[in-house]
Design a protein around this ligand. Structure first.
Ligand code: HEC
Length: 139
């Protein structure tokens, strides 16, 4: 009996980690959480659902035209996207389709900074960045 529950727990731990972040990314997520708690006292956790809204909703972007994150990355994150500004193709954003995604904090920070500016004409807040990273990681 003891042995069985141990195995169940073990399998559960692996599954729970399947959609997790690598240690550096988890550290970044934790930093965003600390910031989020400072800006919103009742903050609990990031939400992939809110992240989806951030990702698919259209806004008048930097170039004065309607644009969303999915304009370049598409709504199927396992598919190749296309940069609406340059016409170049963009490898899939989903870590399940492209193991390099959400693996380097430096890249993630750089592109969130640029891409939020493209779509929202400002930087993302800690909550927005966490939400959208949860969303991408869930796809
Ligand atoms: C104008 C086109 C465009 C728009 C709009 C856009 N992106 Fe990107 N995004 C790119 C390009 C180009 C790259 C970098 C090329 C690559 O890594 O393949 C990139 C890379 C990223 C990465 C880096 C992932 C990694 O680990 O390599 C993330 C995260 C990301 N985008 C999220 C977003 C979010 C969130 C939005 C909306 C706020 C958004 N993007 C809107 C073009 C765009």
């Amino acid at each position: 009996m003891m042995k069985k529950s141990f195995i169940v727990l073990f399998v559960f731990a692996i599954l729970a980690n399947a959609n997790g972040f690598n240690p550096q990314m988890q550290q970044y997520i934790n930093q965003l959480k600390t910031q989020a708690q400072k800006s919103k006292s009742n903050f609990v956790d990031f939400s992939a659902k809110r992240g989806e809204q951030i990702f698919v909703s259209e806004h008048i972007g930097k170039r004065g035209k309607n644009i969303s994150c999915s304009s370049c990355h598409s709504t199927n994150l396992r598919q190749i996207g296309k940069n609406v500004h340059t016409g170049k193709s963009i490898k899939p954003l989903s870590p399940l389709a492209n193991a390099k995604r959400l693996s380097r904090v430096k890249d993630v920070k750089k592109w969130l900074r640029r891409n939020f500016n493209d779509v929202y004409k400002r930087q993302g807040t800690a909550i927005e960045k966490g939400d959208v990273l949860y969303y991408i990681n869930s796809k």
